[in-house]
Design a protein around this ligand. Sequence first.
Ligand code: SAM
Length: 205
Amino acid sequence: MSRIVDQPERYFSQLVRRNDPLLRELEQDAHAEGIPIVGPLVGELLFIISVAMRAQTILELGTATGYSAIYLARACAITAGRLTTLEIDPAFAARARKNLERAGLLPHATVICGEALPRMSEMKGPFDLIFMDIDKIDYARTLNDCHRLLRLGGLLVADNIAFPDADEFNRAIFSDAAGWQPVSLLSFLPGHSPEKDGLCLALRC
Ligand SMILES: C[S@@+](CC[C@H](N)C(=O)[O-])C[C@H]1O[C@@H](n2cnc3c(N)ncnc32)[C@H](O)[C@@H]1O
């Protein structure tokens, strides 16, 4: 009978690339300050998805220090695309701008300081990809604007969908058969933000 490796999380942790000094520094800062960043595995996943779909326009909800934004903006540097990222906390927005500048990615990224819902309602889109990583209670509230802002066939990636506060979002996206084609990936992702609770990927129909 076949079986998987012992301690799969530890095993696959060794297979996550950790060769970028700036990203390592941001991981250390996040660890020291308790900032829940996505970590290298989800960062790579966001980069790969964005490049694979040749994303020209990406919207991120929840920037913090710009860690996931660096992965997304690096994809934009390849696809000649552009990242817009929203952050409610002015101090985080300023740090993110500085970190994107250090990474040489400011030509591909705009950090907007403000609350996601009103900022999104002012936007026109269309976006190819939206990465959602704000307070989980706000996921359901921003879902209509995500649908409006994504192009047909665009992709919504929502982090931490096993938080109790994401319940309304999970129910809404799975009940809206006409609007979304979702899949929830609940798994223990090595190096994922402390919660390790997986992602929802949903195609905009
Ligand atoms: C989980 S952290 C983002 C981590 C970042 N995506 C990363 O992986 O590097 C969530 C961030 O979203 C911000 N935030 C929370 N609710 C928000 C809202 N309604 N609008 C805008 N930003 C919000 C918080 O201030 C925090 O910096």
